[in-house]
Design a protein around this ligand. Sequence first.
Ligand code: C5P
Length: 220
Amino acid sequence: GGRVVVTAGPTREPIDPVRFISNPSSGKMGYAVAAVAARRGAEVTLVSGPTELADPVGVEVVRVQTAEEMARAVDAAAAAMDLFVGAAAVSDYRPATPSASKIKKGAGDETLVLSRTPDILASLGARYGGRKDGPVLVGFAAETEEVIARAREKLKSKRCDLVVANKVGGPGAGFGSDTNRVALVSAAELAEIEGPKERIGEAILDWILPVLEGRRPRER
Ligand code: C5P
C-alpha cells in the first residue's frame, strides 16, 4: 500500500534536433524494481527515460527525455511518497545552448559547452534525508573502480538510506545485462547480491521494508 517512485533508464540531452548526449542504460534494473514493488502491492510511478522496455504491469509510467524533465516528473509524483528508488542513469551534463537547427560540419574541431543538470536524488536527500517523517531514499552507484568506497561517499553526500553499488565494465552486470552483481551499502551494513535483476529488486525491497515500517505513515 505504500507510494513508490522509481526512476529508470538513461536521459537524452539534445545537442541539436538530430543529436544528443546519452548513455547505454537499458532501464532493466529500475523496471525490475518497479515491477516487484507493484506485485507486492505498492502504488508505483515509474519515471523513465527512453527505453525499449514494455510498461510493467500495474505501474504508472511517465516517459521523459531530459534530466530536467525527469526532475520535474519526479517532483510531480513525489507528494507523500514513502519510497524513492533512483535507478536512472541521469546525465550529469547537458549542452548549454542546444541548437534549434542541425549543426553543420566544418573543416575544424568543434567545442561543446556543457551545463550541469539537476541532481534529482541529491535534492530529495537535501529535502528529506535523515528525517523520520520523510520517504526512504535509495540511490544507485555505477562505478568502474573503488565501488564500495564511492557508494559510501554517495550515501553521505546525497543523504540516502541505501546505495546499490554496481561495478560496471565486467560481464554479467551493469548496463544492458539481465543479471547484475551489486552490493547494498547502508550506514550499518553491506550485503552482496548476484542474480537476475528481478531478484536484485526483491532484495532491495526486502532491505527497505523494515526501514519503512520504522517510519511514521506519510500524510496523504
Ligand atoms: O553521482 P552519481 O550520478 O554517480 O549518482 C548516482 C545516483 O544519483 C543514482 O541513483 C542516480 O539515479 C542519481 N542521480 C540523479 N540525478 C542526477 C545524477 C544522478 O538522481 N542528475
